[in-house]
Design a binder for this molecule. Structure first.
Ligand SMILES: Nc1ncnc2c1ncn2[C@@H]1O[C@H](COP(=O)(O)OP(=O)(O)OP(=O)(O)O)[C@@H](O)[C@H]1O
Ligand SMILES: [Mg+2]
Length: 75
């Protein structure tokens, strides 16, 4: 995980990037569907994270890994 503090036009924010070298995600739209899980989770990790932040980028290569980068600005 990498963390970055941001300051832009008087606003402060934080950017977090989570990277793994796992199986990757073949169908990103499906993975982002509320309640959909390939395992025993709630299927809310990705979609819920996306809702909570201001910017959400999912970069994945099947067979190689996944990086999720989220940015949240202060109020
Ligand atoms: N880093 C990842 N690498 C590979 N597949 C992933 C990854 N993150 C999510 N997925 C796939 O997308 C699906 C949905 O992910 P999501 O995080 O929304 O739910 P979950 O992990 O199944 O449950 P939880 O609600 O506990 O997070 C997962 O079930 C899995 O198939
Ligand atoms: Mg999850």
């Amino acid at each position: 995980m990498t963390a970055l503090l941001l300051e832009e036009r008087g606003r402060r924010g934080v950017r977090l990037a989570f990277a793994d070298r796992g199986p990757g995600i073949a169908d990103v739209d499906l993975a982002l569907t509320d309640g959909w899980t390939s395992g025993t989770g709630m299927g809310l990790g990705l979609s819920g994270s996306k809702r909570l932040v201001d910017d959400f980028v999912l970069d994945t290569t099947p067979g190689a890994g996944t990086t999720v980068t989220v940015t949240k600005w202060g109020r």
